[in-house]
Structures are given as structure tokens and as C-alpha cells.
Ligand binder design. Structure first.
Ligand SMILES: [Zn+2]
Length: 66
């Protein structure tokens, strides 16, 4: 296997999610295309609860105790 850096550059220019060729410098840095970066971000925000958002069950419980 030849490791002269060329292979890495070639890999870094392809979206790791869908395999599309990345043309924007920021996409290359991310390793994700624009659309895939959005999707990845959306999936991440779905996983993490929004700060300040009260769980409905917790809210009902605190109302009961009052
Ligand atoms: Zn992609």
C-alpha cells in the first residue's frame, strides 16, 4: 500500500455519510456535505434534551404536590 498522502486527501474530499464529492473547503474539513452536516446536526439535537424544557410527567408531578 502506498501512503504518500494522496489517498488521504482523496478520502477527505468525499462525504463520510453519503460518499459524495465535497467541493466546499468547510465541507472537506467536516468530512460531510452541506445536507449531511445538517442531518447529522438534527440527529444530534434530537438526542440531547433542550435545556429549560420541562418533562410533561415531571411538570404534572410538581403540580400535584402543590
Ligand atoms: Zn453527504
Amino acid at each position: 500500500m502506498i501512503d504518500n498522502g494522496e489517498i488521504f486527501v482523496l478520502r477527505a474530499r468525499i462525504c463520510k455519510r453519503c460518499g459524495r464529492i465535497l467541493t466546499k473547503a468547510e465541507s472537506v474539513e467536516r468530512g460531510l456535505g452541506c445536507q449531511c452536516a445538517k442531518k447529522e446536526k438534527a440527529a444530534e439535537t434530537e438526542k440531547t434534551p433542550i435545556p429549560g424544557q420541562v418533562d410533561v410527567y415531571e411538570w404534572l408531578k410538581s403540580n400535584e404536590s402543590n
